[in-house]
Write a protein that binds this ligand. Sequence first.
Ligand SMILES: [Cu+2]
Length: 177
Amino acid sequence: MPRYLALIALLLAVPASGCSTPAADSSPAAEARGGGAPAAPLATAPAANDGRAVEITVTDAMKFSVAEIAAKRGEKLTVTLVNVGTTPKFSMGHNWVLLTLGTDVPQFLAAAAEAVTTEYVPTATHKDHIVVATKLLGPKERDVVTFAAPDAPGRYDFLCSFPGHYQVGMRGVLIVE
Ligand SMILES: [Cu+2]
């Protein structure tokens, strides 16, 4: 994909509020937090009205500590992703990306591998396939996303879109009942 298309998509994705959020934050994750609102402070548990809290830890072993999440339709969830690994982000970044029902995972991953300018989240080509996504985290970083579980019951794949991590096992499923 031409690089300029990704840049245009990024520009279009910047919230109209005119805040100074960096382009890298104009992801579905940022929108889920309220259109570029600041990320939750470190070490602060989400308030009760922010939805049911789910904390997922990741390490250099490339696994999510939580591989299955059950939710009711439309239930508000707050997912905190914590990278407790030590390997630098450029070679071992991690994110948590929840896909829409029926997304073709291999196709999504192929697009993710090309999406270098958006930290391997293919917002330019697959925005419609992403329910929510955290930032790509380096060691000792965390990100929090709040979103409503989809209304349609089913099994929603989630994964780390850093190249190669899904294949090693960085994946799971949100089961909406
Ligand atoms: Cu990863």
